[in-house]
Each structure stands twice: as C-alpha cells, then as structure tokens.
Design a protein around this ligand. Structure first.
Ligand SMILES: Cc1cc2nc3c(=O)[nH]c(=O)nc-3n(C[C@H](O)[C@H](O)[C@H](O)COP(=O)(O)OP(=O)(O)OC[C@H]3O[C@@H](n4cnc5c(N)ncnc54)[C@H](O)[C@@H]3O)c2cc1C
Ligand SMILES: NC(=O)c1ccc[n+]([C@@H]2O[C@H](COP(=O)([O-])OP(=O)(O)OC[C@H]3O[C@@H](n4cnc5c(N)ncnc54)[C@H](OP(=O)(O)O)[C@@H]3O)[C@@H](O)[C@H]2O)c1
Length: 412
C-alpha cells in the first residue's frame, strides 16, 4: 500500500509540466470551439484539451442517426462564421458536424485529443490553474470549462435491472431503430430523446412503450408556420413570461389537442417558466404525438421493477420486452474534476444563472452552461473572449517577451 503511494508520488513528480501562455479550454464541443474562435479573433492563443479523439464528440459519437435541430438554424450558429446558405431550416446532425469541422479548420483550431482532464485546481501560491490529464500537468492563468451540460448519461438504478435478459442501453448509444426491428422495446423517459427514439423505433416496425412517470409539456415545433422557439423569443421581448406561456399553451392545445388525454399531463407551470426555474426542456414534437394518438407508441406509467423478461409497472400492469432504452437524460461532469472552487453547484452547473454564469473567480470561465443550447454558447463565448482579451492586452509586454505559447517545463 505504502509502496504504491510512494510510486504514485514519484510518478506525479516526473510528470511533465506544461505552461500555457493563453487560456486552457476543457472540451472540444461546440462551446470549446466557439470560445477558441472568438479568442483567436481577439489575437489570444488558446489550447483545447479534449478527452475523446475528435471534435464535437457528443454529436459524432453519442447521438442517433436521425437527429435534426428543433430550432431554426439561425439560433444554432456559432459566432463569427454562419452556416452555409444551402443548409435547410432545420439542419441534420451530419450537416452540423460538417459545419463544425469547417469551423475548426477556418479558425485553425487543433485540440489536444485524448487528454481527459482528471483534476483542475487553482494554485494560490503561483496564481495559476493546475490542470491534470492522464499524462501531463498544464498550468495556465485562465481556465475555460466547456465540458457541457450533457457530459455524462444519467443511468437510473431501477429495481431488478441486473435480471433483465435483453440489452439495456442509454439513448447516447442508440443509433437507429434498424437494430430493433419488430422488437417490443421499453423507452424509459419522455424528453426530446425519449420521444424521438420512440418515433424512430416506429419507423422500423418496432413496438415502443414509452414510460412517462411525470408531467411534461409538449409543444409543436412550429406554430402558424413559424418556429415555436422563435415566436417565444420574439414575444418575450415585449410581454411578460407568464403571458407568453399562456399564448404558447393556447396555440399548442389548439394544434395538438389536449395531451393529457394521451397520458401526457401538462405541468401547472408554463413551459418557459419551467425551463427557467428547473431546466426541464419542453418537448418539441416532430411526429411522436401522432404515433401516440394512433397507439403505435404506447404510454406507460412509471416502472416498478424490471424482471427477467420484462417490466412491472406502477399501475400493476406487467409486460414482456426484448430491449430497454434509457432516455433518462444527461448531467454535467464538472464536480468530478474541478476541485476547490465553489462556483458550481453539486450538479455541476454555475450557481449564478444566465446571463452572468460565464465568469467565475481567479480566471475561471464557463461556456455552454446556460440551459439555452447553442444560443447560450454563442453569447458566453463572445463575452469570455472579450474579457480575457482585455487582460491579455494589458499584459502585452509580458506576453511579447515569451516566444512561444506553449512552454515545456521538466520538473526536476
Ligand atoms: C441528443 C441531443 C440533441 C441536442 N440537440 C440540440 C439542438 O438541436 N440545439 C441545441 O442548441 N442544443 C442541442 N443539444 C444540447 C447540446 O448539448 C448542445 O447543442 C451542444 O452540444 C453543447 O455543446 P458543448 O460544447 O457545451 O458540450 P458538448 O457538445 O457536450 O461538448 C463537450 C466536450 O467536452 C469533452 N469533455 C467532457 N469532459 C471532459 C474532460 N474531463 N476532459 C476533457 N474533455 C472533456 C467531451 O468529450 C465533449 O467533446 C442536444 C443535446 C443532445 C444530447
Ligand atoms: N432534436 C433535438 O434538438 C433534441 C433531441 C433530443 C434531445 N435534445 C436535447 O438534449 C437534452 C437532453 O434531452 P433528453 O430527452 O435526453 O433528457 P431530458 O430532457 O433530461 O429527459 C429525461 C427524461 O427521462 C425521465 N427520467 C429520468 N429518470 C427516470 C426514471 N428513473 N424513470 C422514468 N423516467 C425517468 C425524465 O422524467 P422526469 O421529468 O420525471 O424527471 C424525463 O422525461 C435536452 O436539452 C433536449 O432538448 C434535443
């Protein structure tokens, strides 16, 4: 035991220390790329540390094939470089990935891949952030957290899970219904992922049963030929939130009918207010609702227990299933690696709400933790880059005297 500890300490001593002249960005998703681009435009070099082997790993590796934006493209552009003109109103995930690849190329962003940040802590003595990956310690004045609100899958513990004979996967591993043809599938969760995966399963003749344990707001993706999100954003500029919610629900009930009758009870709080208060995203319907209405997607109450061949539900029903898909959402991973900072809640979200959650203490910044998707990312990225650039210019002389932006220091 003691020997292992000594070996560990020795290894730590031997670890290469790297001094990074500009900011370190943790994560090469849309947020990391956006802030790197904005910094580069301000003449500030940065370094991205990314644990996977590609940019936008959530989009490339952990989303289903049929995924499309719910919001019109102009709400999802990253700063400084818009989408190509030939993109449709609601781009596909493949179009978004190709856009991000061009974006990285355009701004010459080259992340250090396969660098999983295991620990980052501010050192009061040096005034620097010490950022450790599996094989390096990076030191910097500015640390930008861009690891995302959806860094890890939420896997609930359900009684009897270990007994189930078939596969249990999270939606982050789901690619297409082609793997579930003609199967009876339980989808646990009715957020946007649960709804869209259930819809995709229908298209492959699978028989999805979707667990709805709570209330949920379902809104049409478009109202009166315009994006629901766009309408909401426009109205919020002029009217109080509660009134906008009332309007959205009025039109939703008119176009979709009362969802309560389908087993999708609406919360008492309106959709935007609920999003602001709890972070719970309303479902924007792209076809699942009509499959629920026709009985192709069956709505089930909460799961009581998983058995060898199926599930017992809260209402006493028992059914057999071939596979279970957990559409149970995602969580931030910040608390697992950012140490000694009380800027984040225990759930890994900034304590200060949008629009002021982008800046912490001692050169700490966060991008993409606004609960506002890519629109929030763009706003954070611009602010962070401006703020760091001001400090960068103030220290111009000092910066000039350093020849390179990355300096390797071997610990003796
Ligand atoms: C299925 C799905 C669909 C979505 N669709 C939309 C949409 O249409 N519009 C919208 O606005 N938003 C959408 N979102 C929200 C989505 O989170 C954002 O669009 C966007 O991906 C957020 O970008 P990000 O860079 O903040 O986080 P991410 O895309 O999650 O990127 C974070 C990066 O950090 C890396 N990372 C994590 N931890 C570490 C670590 N310790 N060390 C190093 N690297 C690390 C990850 O590997 C990842 O590459 C969707 C989310 C999901 C799950
Ligand atoms: N096309 C798109 O733009 C698109 C597509 C998919 C996802 N997204 C976005 O991606 C983010 C994540 O969406 P998501 O749908 O994956 O997650 P989510 O919105 O967090 O929804 C998770 C769902 O799982 C349920 N759940 C969690 N634990 C459960 C349990 N133990 N038993 C039963 N149900 C359980 C939740 O119910 P409770 O409400 O009761 O907790 C909720 O219905 C959102 O921002 C979403 O808008 C976007």
């Amino acid at each position: 035991m003691g020997y292992c500890k000594e070996q560990e300490q020795e290894q730590e001593k031997m670890m290469k220390q790297v001094w990074i002249h500009g900011p370190i960005i943790v994560g090469a998703g849309p947020s990391g790329l956006a802030v790197a681009a904005c910094l580069s435009q301000q003449g500030v070099p940065s370094l991205i540390l990314e644990k996977s082997d590609c940019i936008a790993s959530l989009w490339q590796q952990r989303t289903y094939d049929r995924l499309k934006f719910h919001l019109p493209k102009h709400f999802c552009e990253l700063p400084l470089l818009g989408f190509p003109d030939n993109f449709p109103k609601y781009p596909t995930k493949h179009q978004f990935i190709s856009y991000m690849e061009s974006y990285a190329l355009h701004f010459s962003i080259q992340p250090n891949f396969k660098q999983a940040v295991q620990k980052a802590e501010f050192d009061n003595i040096t005034g620097l952030w010490r950022v450790q990956t599996q094989d390096r310690e990076y030191n910097t004045r500015w640390l930008i957290v861009a690891t995302g609100e959806n860094a890890e899958s939420v896997i609930p513990e359900i009684v009897g899970m270990e007994k189930f004979n078939g596969p249990i996967i999270h939606t982050s591993m789901y690619k297409s219904g082609s793997e579930f043809k003609n199967q009876s599938v339980l989808v646990v969760g009715c957020g946007n992922s649960g709804m869209e995966v259930s819809l995709d399963l229908c298209r492959y003749n699978a028989i999805p049963h979707m667990v709805v344990r709570n209330t949920v707001h379902v809104l049409p993706r478009e109202m009166l030929g315009m994006s629901t999100f766009g309408i909401a954003m426009a109205l919020l500029k002029w009217f109080p939130l509660k009134l906008v919610d009332k309007f959205l629900l009025l039109v939703a009930n008119f176009t979709l009918g009362k969802t309560d009758q389908l087993g999708l009870r609406r919360p008492k709080t309106g959709p935007i207010e609920l999003k602001n208060v709890t972070g719970k995203t309303p479902v924007l319907d792209v076809g699942a609702l009509s499959q629920i209405r026709s009985g192709k997607i069956k709505v089930m109450e909460g799961v009581k227990e998983i058995t060898r061949n199926g599930v017992k539900f809260m209402d006493g029903q028992e059914r057999e299933f071939d596979s279970i898909i957990l559409a149970t959402g995602y969580k931030s991973n910040v608390p697992s690696w950012l140490k000694g900072s009380d800027f984040f809640t225990k759930d890994g979200m900034p304590k200060t709400p949008f629009p002021n959650g982008w800046k912490g203490e001692n050169g700490l910044y966060t991008v993409g933790f606004t609960r506002r998707g890519l629109l929030g990312t763009a706003s954070d990225a611009v602010r962070i880059a401006q703020h760091i650039a001001e400090q960068w210019r103030t220290n111009k002389d000092c910066n000039k005297s350093c020849s390179s932006h990355v300096i390797l220091l071997e610990k003796s």
